[in-house]
Design a protein around this ligand. Structure first.
Ligand SMILES: Cc1cc2nc3c(=O)[nH]c(=O)nc-3n(C[C@H](O)[C@H](O)[C@H](O)COP(=O)(O)OP(=O)(O)OC[C@H]3O[C@@H](n4cnc5c(N)ncnc54)[C@H](O)[C@@H]3O)c2cc1C
Length: 312
């Protein structure tokens, strides 16, 4: 059989696309991928998704979205898409998608909602304290650290933005920067360097995080490998990674136009990619906002775009 709409990914973008596509009678099939429920399932509480005045546990929220899609007839398949063959005229020759290299599915339209993954330093204690002081999203989790001392790792534009955002909430923000300079644009550098709440620790690397059950401090090494090398300790409650994200788009790079960081490029305000009948929604096409509500909104747009494509 040829599906009208195949949705790749079960995060907020994928589930929202499924709700809209199934309510439009398009009978979509959604492929869960390696992380059912998406990135949000790696955090402990979501307080900024509209409709949950008391906040919501992420597994609950993602289950609510899944059940809503299921109610209107979305079908689900577990597994990961491992290969595809995209068609130039999918209404005549459908797109082909392989799940786990074995199962072949055919579809007139595909909505890609494969998300992105935050980069981590790779130190053991990041895992130990994940969700207990370690976060890769200041916009999401900054509020939990009001009036506390936190650290941001990174020296680019994102790190400067996150540090400035946190400075508006926290008592003090350390920026831990590997290089002797910031890589950010001049305007972002000025904003950080002129903010009395931000202290930039140049030429510092994080060795490990410390604390009883939650982050209470970090051991840093200053000028690693030089004669001036020195171990320093800072007392912090939150440790925010801001060293970039990797969109989950490697699968599509032979077909779709991506930007230099690998995000899928879409046409204007739509979710259309450069291939007919292929749409991209959520973090895989969003280097800027990376929030669940934005991903959900673009999932809605992708389903509407797919519906329009099928009816033309
Ligand atoms: C720690 C943390 C806390 C956060 N907190 C908040 C918050 O409080 N509020 C907020 O609004 N946002 C928060 N975010 C951001 C939010 O999680 C993302 O913006 C949102 O999940 C993006 O949704 P998405 O649907 O685009 O992708 P994702 O949620 O990343 O989902 C991607 C989906 O694609 C699937 N997939 C990937 N590759 C394949 C493949 N090859 N085949 C099939 N499927 C595949 C995965 O299994 C997954 O289901 C947080 C992020 C993190 C990391």
């Amino acid at each position: 059989m040829t599906y009208n709409v195949l949705i790749i990914g079960s995060g907020p973008a994928g589930y929202t696309a499924a709700i809209y596509a199934s309510r439009a009678n398009l009978e979509p099939l959604l492929i869960d991928g390696p992380q059912q429920g998406g990135q949000l399932t790696t955090t402990t509480m979501v307080e900024n998704f509209p409709g949950y005045p008391d906040g919501v546990e992420p597994f609950q929220m993602m289950d609510d979205l899944r059940r809503q899609a299921e109610r209107f007839g979305t079908r689900f398949m577990s597994g990961r898409v491992t290969k595809l063959e995209l068609s130039q005229e999918p209404l005549k020759v459908p797109h082909k998608v392989w799940v786990e290299d074995t199962e072949l599915l055919e579809a007139k339209t595909i909505i890609i909602a494969t998300g992105a993954a935050a980069k981590y330093l790779g130190i053991e204690s990041e895992r130990t304290y994940h969700g207990r002081g370690v976060s890769a999203c200041a916009t999401c989790d900054g509020f939990f650290y009001r009036k506390k001392v936190v650290a941001v790792v990174g020296g680019g534009d994102t790190a400067c933005e996150e540090a400035s955002y946190l400075a508006g909430l926290c008592e003090k923000v350390y920026m831990i920067v590997r290089k002797p300079y910031l890589r950010a644009s001049q305007i972002m550098q000025d904003r950080v360097l002129n903010n009395p709440k931000i202290e930039v620790l140049f030429e510092h690397n994080t060795l490990c995080l410390t604390g009883e059950g939650k982050v209470e401090g970090a051991d840093l090494v200053y000028k690693k490998g030089s004669a001036e090398e020195e171990i320093r300790h800072i007392a912090i409650s939150g440790f925010f990674l801001a060293i970039g994200h990797k969109p989950n788009t490697d699968l599509f790079k032979d077909y779709l136009n991506l930007n230099e960081e690998g995000y899928i490029l879409t046409e204007g305000a739509s979710t259309k990619t450069n291939i007919a009948g292929v749409f991209a929604a959520g973090d895989c096409a969003d280097p800027t906002y990376r929030q669940a509500i934005v991903a959900a909104g673009s999932g809605c747009k992708a389903a509407l775009d797919a519906d329009k494509f099928l009816k033309n």
